[in-house]
Write a protein of this length. Structure first.
Length: 303
């Protein structure tokens, strides 16, 4: 599943989408959820091209293929209904009979740890309990893809960790593909893949793999122990468009003086980018030298 500008989750993957406000995160999530239609390009989800669906097909897509969790509990739960009735509502709209949807609601509430809260109204639950209920509502019709927009944004760190653990359980044990939009660094560091976007395009991509499966445990970064994932490896990449343009991470641009230009070197099976430093020669004109070349000249002069 892929479109022109960025990436969507691989099946059975838990993925985080991060970026500054206005970078396009929520817009992309709305497109994936069938709430907005892209004006160009294509967006394929489970074989469905979201640019070509008619309104009836779009309703079925939203109802059965994707589930949503929003940051504000008011968008997840109907305040006048009990928690159990909230979980039953998507099933009722999908044509599920009373007995079956009641059983499904009870099962989901037990899975999210709210088996005794079914008769309560949303305002009788804590923030964390409301988000647990929101997970149950989102999964009521057994979607293949769960979209969560800042699901822990209004929660304390302990409760946020519990919600993340719950989502991971559904991802790994029930085969649910999950895409999160988040500003939470800890949450983004505990998913399979993190996509950073800027101006609506993918800026960087970090993939995490279990080192016990790849045999690369000795290469795991020191930071992995801090986030509680000591047996993983990290790989960060940037995307190159069809005409060869790439977008460097902001950190690279700030730490390396490219001055708008770079020297490209093709070395067997890879390419290298070297910054070009600008100096002034004796005639007052500017010459460009790579940083490596300047370093070598300085060493020769010192000798």
């Amino acid at each position: 599943m892929r479109n022109q500008k960025t990436s969507t989750p691989v099946e059975l993957e838990m993925m985080a989408l991060v970026g500054a406000s206005g970078s396009g995160k929520s817009t992309f999530l709305n497109i994936l959820g069938g709430l907005d239609t892209p004006s160009a390009g294509s967006c394929l989800v489970d074989g469905n091209d979201l640019t070509r669906l008619n309104e009836a097909q779009r309703i079925l897509y939203r109802r059965f293929l994707v589930g949503h969790i929003w940051q504000q509990s008011g968008r997840n739960l109907l305040p006048e209904l009990s928690i159990a009735a909230n979980v039953e509502m998507p099933q009722m709209l999908g044509g599920v009979g009373f007995s079956k949807r009641s059983r499904r609601a009870a099962e989901l509430l037990e899975l999210v740890g709210l088996e005794r809260m079914g008769k309560k109204k949303p305002d009788q639950l804590s923030g964390g309990e409301q988000q647990r209920a929101a997970v149950a509502v989102a999964l009521a019709n057994e979607p293949k893809l769960l979209l969560a927009d800042e699901p822990t944004g209004e929660l304390d760190s302990v409760t946020a960790s519990e919600i993340l653990s719950l989502l991971r359980t559904f991802n790994r044990e029930f085969g649910l593909t999950i895409m999160l939009v988040t500003h939470d660094v800890a949450l983004a560091a505990n998913v399979d893949r993190t996509i950073a976007i800027r101006d609506g395009r993918t800026s960087t991509e970090t993939v995490r793999r279990d080192a016990s499966l790849t045999g690369a445990h000795e290469h795991a970064p020191a930071s992995s122990a801090i986030i509680g994932l000591p047996s993983e490896t990290h790989h960060e990449s940037i995307l190159i468009d069809r005409v060869g343009r790439l977008q460097l991470p902001k950190e690279a641009i700030e730490s390396i003086p490219f001055h708008g230009k770079a020297e490209l070197r093709i070395v067997r099976d890879h390419v290298e980018l070297w910054p070009i430093s600008t100096n002034v020669n004796g005639n007052g004109t500017q010459n460009g030298e790579t940083s490596q070349g300047l370093d070598e000249m300085t060493q020769e002069e010192a000798q």
